[in-house]
Design a protein around this ligand. Structure first.
Ligand code: ADQ
Length: 466
């Protein structure tokens, strides 16, 4: 079995285990432990004139390699082009898109730096798996340095439709960069269609069955790999949560009221102002719901170095304050707003206690919280998932109450409907969702991507355009 090399911006430390490590980190580490290999990424540190070689340490069969960056390069790369340009673009937020040539150049420079640091660690037969929009040019840079082995790329966020993608001044260069990979994985069929339509209509490439793409002298494949969670681990955590101290404290604090829960990074793609407004609208237009339901929104801060995230934080504090100011009773706070991370076991207890899981992003690659909420439910008395149609997860989780997050009044009505849903219907919908969550796990995602990447030949001469 070929050695695996994983590249991602942040590298999960081998010390992060059990309750702390996310499902993705655990699955990637498992794949590395099985095959042996390297996990390469940013060290989280900046330094003027940083060393050209990464810091290296080993744990079992895995070598960790962490590259330190020059502070200006890191700013242009991370807060600049990756999170100030590509993130809003891929989430259809053109009003928030900042494009600056210096940042685009910084983004490319960092990718070149990473490629030079990684190259000496590579063996010719290695399989390289690159994660996410921070590293789209990495394959081009590695090819320029002479690496001819297999390189795959997985894009964790949505791929925008051509009309949106064309607003990016560097669109053509970015797709040329994609064509240097052997396999490009996206979350949904919609994303795949969006990229293929761009390739055929704008880049004058051709497409053959199976998503094989020809662009200039390159052939690569584009396919769907919907990411999942470690469903068994989540079910176990949720079962362990039943009757736990966390669950008892939470139940006691609710005093018999229904709980609606949201768990999102504090990010403008997650539609938090709309969600708060919908909850406010529920209390306004369905007054009988007042004092019968509590909403808990967990939203740890994220990307504070990007101005839009600081503005969103202020907006949400104001909205939460105004909803609570208007509707709170001396024994009931309608909206509990918490800005910190929780252990997985505590999250599982919260999900299981909640009658509603409210996941209403304006756009989301997949959204793993939706799947975690489903896995944590008590099959005898499951809660209802209220899910945005613009989350990738909506393709699979058809048992949810699907909403349009731009329609605040419609969302308020959907919350009302979900709160009064009879047990039989809740069970049927949950079963449909749970079947998908249990089948499309993070392990399956990881193995099927690696299986396809390992099987790549050069998409042989027999592949013809259609
Ligand atoms: P994210 O935008 O980070 O991921 P999501 O898929 O929901 O969004 O994953 C968030 C993860 O962080 C979940 O596992 C959740 O449990 C955890 N988390 C969130 N808040 C937490 C808290 N307060 N305490 C502890 N854990 C918390 C990006 C894309 C998504 C895509 C994923 C994976 O934006 O669309 O689903 O990558 O590909």
């Amino acid at each position: 079995m070929a050695r695996l090399v994983i590249v991602s911006n942040r590298v999960a430390s081998p010390k992060e285990r059990g309750a702390k490590a996310g499902g993705l980190a655990v699955a990637l580490r498992e794949a590395l432990n099985k095959r042996g290999g390297v996990w390469f990424g940013w060290s989280g540190e900046t330094q003027v004139d940083p060393p050209a070689e990464p810091k290296i340490f080993r744990s079992g069969k895995v070598t960790y390699a962490l590259q330190t960056l020059d502070p200006e390069d890191q700013r242009d790369h991370y807060a600049g082009y990756a999170n100030g340009t590509l993130w809003p673009l891929c989430h259809y937020r053109l009003g928030l898109l900042n494009f600056r040539r210096t940042e685009w150049e910084g983004y490319r420079r960092v990718n070149a730096t990473f490629a030079r640091a990684l190259m000496p660690l590579l063996k010719p037969d290695d399989i390289v798996w690159v994660h996410d929009y921070h590293f789209i040019p990495l394959a081009s840079e590695l090819r320029a340095l002479g690496f001819e082995g297999r390189i795959g790329y997985f894009h964790h966020i949505p791929w925008p439709t051509p009309e949106v993608f064309l607003t990016l001044p560097s669109h053509a260069a970015l797709v040329r960069d994609l064509s240097r990979y052997d396999l490009v994985g996206l979350q949904t069929e919609h994303d795949v269609r969006a990229l293929l339509t761009y390739v055929s209509s704008e880049a004058r490439g051709w497409i053959a069955p199976g998503g094989v793409v020809g662009l200039r002298d390159r052939r690569f494949r584009v396919a769907t790999y919907p990411i999942g969670i470690d469903a068994d681990a989540f079910v176990r955590d949720a079962q362990a949560a039943a009757g736990s101290e966390d669950e008892e404290r939470l139940e006691a604090s609710l005093a018999g009221r229904a709980l609606a829960v949201g768990v999102d990074r504090l990010d403008y793609s997650k539609g938090l102002p709309n969600k708060f407004a919908a909850f406010g609208e529920l209390l306004k237009s369905h007054p009988e719901r007042r004092s019968t339901v509590t909403m808990m929104q967990i939203a740890p801060f994220s990307r504070g170095e990007v101005a839009e995230y600081r503005a969103l934080r202020r907006e949400l504090e104001e909205l939460a304050g105004s909803i609570n100011g208007e509707y709170a009773e001396f024994d009931w706070v309608p909206l509990r707003y918490l800005n910190r991370p929780f252990q997985r076991a505590t999250l599982a207890a919260i999900y299981r206690t909640a009658r509603l899981g409210v996941v209403t992003p304006l756009r989301d690659g997949m959204n793993l919280v939706a799947k975690e909420y489903v896995a944590a439910q008590n099959p005898e008395d499951p809660g209802v998932l209220v899910l945005s149609r613009f989350a990738g997860a909506a393709d699979e989780l058809s048992g949810s109450v699907i909403v349009n997050p731009y329609d605040v009044e419609g969302m308020a009505d959907a919350l009302d409907t979900a709160l009064s849903m009879p047990l039989d219907e809740r069970r049927d919908r949950w079963r449909a969702n749970m079947d998908k969550v249990a089948r499309n796990t993070i392990h399956r995602w990881c193995e099927s991507f690696l299986h396809d990447l390992s099987g790549v030949d050069d998409y042989g001469a027999d592949v013809e355009p259609v």
